[in-house]
Ligand binder design. Sequence first.
Ligand code: GLU
Length: 470
Amino acid sequence: MPQQADTVVTRFPPSPTGALHLGGARTALFNWLYARHTGGRFVLRIEDTDTARSTRESVDVIFDALRWLGIDWDDGPYFQSQRMDIYRTYIEKLLDSGNAYYCTCSSERLEIMRKEAMARGGKPKYDGTCRDLGLSAAEGAVVRFRAPLTGATVLRDVVKGSIAFQNAELDDFIIARSDGSPTYNFCVVVDDLTMGINTIIRGDDHVMNTPKQMLLYRALGFDPPTYAHVPMVLGEDRARLSKRHGARSVTAYREMGFLPEALINYLVRLGWSHGDQEFFTVEELIEKFSLEHIGKSAGIFDPEKLLALNQEHMRLKPVPALAEMLVPFLREKGMAADAGETLERAVETLLPRTKTLEEMAEAGRFYFEETVQYEEKAVKKFFKPNAAEPLRILREKLEGLEAFDEASLEAAFQEVMGETGLKLGKIAQPVRVALTGKTASPGIFEVVSIIGKKKVLQRLDAAIEFLQQS
Ligand code: GLU
């Protein structure tokens, strides 16, 4: 694909061997944000040459997670498994130019060499037996890269600074196996080269692959791209984020009721900063993201901080949009709820008390469920025998009300206070238990108004009956 020389082209190349994890999502985000920030291009590539571990299901899960996050790609998805002819062409190029050679050393001999090297405490390294034999293709032969024997390969990493790798330490590594299949580092280079990638932002677990890849670029006659190796995401115990730290996949966070913009905000901040600003919209991130401010130390995953950010993003989201997002969470819990004005009013009352959509759906059960379950402590505290009377009086007043708005409801409660001589709390608390089953809820007039007349009367009747029976 022809590019302007100065157009930034980044990529995300996941291996489809499982879900999209937080670390991978952060890598994808950095590449996507940098492309969007610079007006460049973002390429998606699926690295599925490991056929034993790659699955179509993982590919779909990764696509879904990226789409949910709002990460769109300009080019691809490419699949390495469909590019074998291209790799073959480039292997031929390296063979033709003398930068690669056939090797027929038996695996038994290589294994002995490897064991001897280990026993000596050295790195296993190919001894170069076939390097200058000029062998041609033969049954069982592999293709090795002719790596330089002297000098150094210097990685000038945007994040890590300069790292020099002694070429003498490197191996004549295999680029095509005896069955002709190309190896990992080689595929990555051919892909990045042919896809016009000029900026590679990836986890620093790939640093050790980089000198090999840089040498391959040069052997093919190109300059290596810009590299930015980003420190890993660690758990609070400073170990690499793993299952025992809890949920790791983007899909799990979606199911727990996090907003994509909150997860994005959190993940980006986990390895990049802009002064001491914590809260960012996606637009702001696109505007401000730069490679220079990627952090040098590992990001420590802090679930509490993510929750707090999620709450902030929920508060900033337009209520109708949030209500719409809440519907599947309510349905999942077996509640019939549709987007619309009532749901939006309910959402407004729940917002200050919940940090995720899942929590919100749970906290809002009483609005949408058919029958209310009374909490034991609420019954003990507020369902005293003398609570039945004010409930009965209130029920009559509410039945006669035309409008069920908060002002009319307040007036009705005032009348009950006047007739019974009870303070608002003494009336409102048993009403709250009758309507929500709990000791705490959003403001009582809002709750009554949102639940609506029909259900409120039913619930008051049920409470009165309950009080009479107990
Ligand atoms: N497929 C590799 C991974 O999932 C990424 C390779 C790269 O970024 O060069 O870790």
